[in-house]
Design a protein around this ligand. Sequence first.
Ligand SMILES: Cc1cc2nc3c(=O)[nH]c(=O)nc-3n(C[C@H](O)[C@H](O)[C@H](O)COP(=O)(O)OP(=O)(O)OC[C@H]3O[C@@H](n4cnc5c(N)ncnc54)[C@H](O)[C@@H]3O)c2cc1C
Length: 254
Amino acid sequence: MTFETTDATLLSTVQLTPDTIQLLLRAPDHAFDFQPGQHVGVAYESDEDGLVHRSYSPVSLPGTDTIALMVTRYEEGTCSVWLHDREPGDTIHLTSPSGNLHLRDENRDAVFLATGTGLTPMMAMMKAYQAEGEGRALLVYGERTTEDLAYRDTLDRWAAGSGSVDVAYALSRPEHADERSADPSGGGTTGMPAVRHGYVQEHLDELVAPGLLEEAHFFVCGVPDMVVDTKETLTGDLGVSSDSVFSEGWEEGA
Ligand SMILES: Cc1cc2nc3c(=O)[nH]c(=O)nc-3n(C[C@H](O)[C@H](O)[C@H](O)COP(=O)(O)OP(=O)(O)OC[C@H]3O[C@@H](n4cnc5c(N)ncnc54)[C@H](O)[C@@H]3O)c2cc1C
């Protein structure tokens, strides 16, 4: 089995959370061409597993010779462990971008709903939206605890900025009494992200303003159960048209 690949050199890795790193890769004389929200493949030959090929959604914008991936390590994982073990100077083969998650209309309000590594396509789309978007954008990002929130400083800064971007966090296992802005009703109006306890899909009616429900495009990415539940909540109780809700599309069968 062959894939169209681009060789990229690992420039640096940064630890984002206890389990998650960002890898910055560069392919000189190459302009990474994808729609923010789409994913690329990482492919390599392993003695134990043969050809390994997994998908990762860049958190960076297209059009340059560098690309940034955020990768969560699973103890029993194959490619995620291999990527966490790479060092600056190593070559990583990237395969062609594809995928159904990308902005349809930057002039339309957008709501991004993510859990875990589902944040990655949202980071790219939020960046594109901030660069070119005309409407309002809301990101609701679910994780277990505050320690698991990736890019928190960036997201807090976006929420505090003068733009029309809002961020809210949903923590499924808040553990520490001192979690930053753990006020379950707080944030949102103060320039700091709102923090809710529970799952993303449980808070949509409070977090998504009525105007957004009617006007916005909704982008959903996370574990399959979250995607299915969130889409059902949006198109059921909240009355959002299914034409306005976008996900990768494989989650229903997973
Ligand atoms: C469209 C798309 C985009 C993606 N984008 C990203 C991204 O940007 N960043 C990212 O980190 N991942 C992303 N993924 C997931 C990624 O493709 C791999 O599935 C992931 O890195 C695990 O691969 P692995 O080879 O390490 O694990 P595998 O060898 O495939 O799985 C081995 C074991 O690892 C554990 N494991 C694997 N995945 C999970 C999981 N999700 N939750 C809990 N345990 C697990 C399980 O024990 C599993 O049995 C994306 C997936 C898709 C389909």
